[in-house]
Design a binder for this molecule. Structure first.
Ligand code: NAD
Ligand code: DAU
Length: 356
């Protein structure tokens, strides 16, 4: 029994791997290309742990995937690897098409070959779990009901279009080939190891550095926020008991306008680490809006609750306190990311020539 986890050195993937091995002895093989968003240091606490194998490689590399599947014989593939930042997708969509579309296609084909070679219980137990986003559903008006699993796909950014494409591929591989897949579409995550290009960690690190806190447009765009460890627990439930070929929406029941998020983070920093120069809110700076900026996302997470009994454990108040505290308590991690040192971390830690 082994899990193959793609993108496990990123934000959500590393939280998933750490939580998995904290609660189970089932080994994990992590495959990650260590792009700018991948940080090997996120998994450093697993160094020397025989239950974890890290493989530095690309999900578009079919030979590598085939070799990993036949060497480790996983009972499930949990697919997090992606280009994940909307603003980057606007500046350079190519990498999003390559990893999110071609990479998912490559994994599906490899998984299809591997699953086809299994027999009996091993074959029946195999799962391909595709981790996706609520952004595939497009944007809601202020009074629209939240996204259900049957909402039309209306992606608006190169990122969300590439994720929508990958969702469709996963669906088709189930419908046509019978590949045992489950897909989860989740709202905005926050928590430990979040790369500071995304709103919440960016606001924390900029505030501590006394830099402007950029708020796009009027700051009234609404997102639904979910503490990352709740996302991980939802994935565990869907992996264990989700119905094959189904999609499950995962959300935190926490819709908030961006400006409220920024002000909440500022207030927590005022409490935990006051700045002699004055309240952190003074640094809020309204900037040019993101092109094509989706106005509102909201998740109806009743299906996963009804079928699998899952609900988030954290409220926004408890989750954001933990998150701000984590960043204050993990300043070496933050400095290593900001300096770019995290990219040399593998060499520093393990010596030159080490891919793992
Ligand atoms: P992230 O950008 O923090 O991490 C992505 C990881 O994938 C990195 O470790 C990176 O090195 C790796 N990767 C990228 N290209 C690769 C490739 N070609 N081969 C192998 N590894 C590669 O992303 P995240 O925020 O942790 O998101 C993980 C998944 O969850 C993504 O599929 C994303 O679409 C989805 N998702 C994210 C959120 C969110 O709020 N962050 C919400 C819903 C869904
Ligand atoms: O909804 C799920 C998605 O959430 C995931 O699929 C994506 O991978 C993840 O990056 C996230 O996308 P968003 O675009 O919602 O996240 P981001 O943190 O980039 O932005 C959150 C909101 O804050 C969004 O409305 C844009 C705004 N924003 C963002 C940044 C980085 C700002 O106002 N200022 C900023 O500096």
């Amino acid at each position: 029994m082994t899990l193959l986890v793609t993108g496990g050195a990123g934000f959500i993937g590393s939280n998933f791997v750490l939580d998995w091995l904290a609660g189970s002895d089932e080994p994990v093989v992590t495959l990650d290309a260590l792009t700018y968003a991948g940080n090997r240091q996120n998994l450093a606490s697993l160094d020397g742990d025989a239950r974890h194998v890290f493989v530095h490689g690309d999900i578009c590399d079919r030979d590598l995937i085939d070799r990993l599947l036949s060497a480790h014989r996983p009972r499930a593939l949990v697919h997090f690897a992606a280009e994940s930042h909307v603003d980057r997708s606007i500046h350079g969509p190519g990498a999003f098409m390559q990893t999110n579309v071609t990479g998912t296609f490559t994994l599906l084909e490899a998984a299809r070959g591997y699953w086809g070679s299994l027999e009996g219980e091993e074959k029946a137990a195999f799962r391909f779990h595709h981790v996706s986003t609520d952004e595939v559903y497009g944007s809601l008006g202020p009074t629209d009901p939240p996204f259900t699993e049957t909402h039309a796909y209306e992606p608006n950014s190169p990122y969300s279009a590439s994720k929508a494409a990958s969702d469709h591929l996963v669906r088709a591989w189930h419908h046509t080939y019978g590949l045992p897949v489950v897909t989860t579409n989740c709202s905005n995550n926050y928590g430990p190891f979040h790369f500071p290009e995304k709103l919440i960690p960016l606001i924390i690190v900029n505030a501590l550095a006394g830099k402007p806190l950029p708020v796009y447009g009027d700051g009234q765009q609404v997102r639904d926020w979910l503490y990352v460890k709740d996302h991980c627990s939802a994935i565990r439930e869907v992996l264990a008991r989700g119905r094959l070929g189904e999609t499950y929406n995962i959300g935190g029941w926490n819709e908030k306008p961006n400006i409220d998020i920024v002000k909440t983070v500022c207030a927590l920093l005022d409490e935990f680490q006051p700045d002699a120069a004055g309240p952190y809110e003074r640094l809020i700076t309204y900037v040019k809006d993101r092109p094509g900026h989706d106005r509102r996302y909201a998740i109806d997470a009743r299906k996963i609750e009804r079928e699998l009994g899952w609900r988030p454990a954290e409220t926004f108040d408890t989750g954001i306190r933990k998150t701000v505290r984590w960043y204050l308590d993990n300043q070496p991690w933050v400095s290593n990311v900001l300096s770019g040192g995290y990219r040399d971390w593998v060499t520093q830690q393990y010596g030159a020539g080490q891919g793992t």
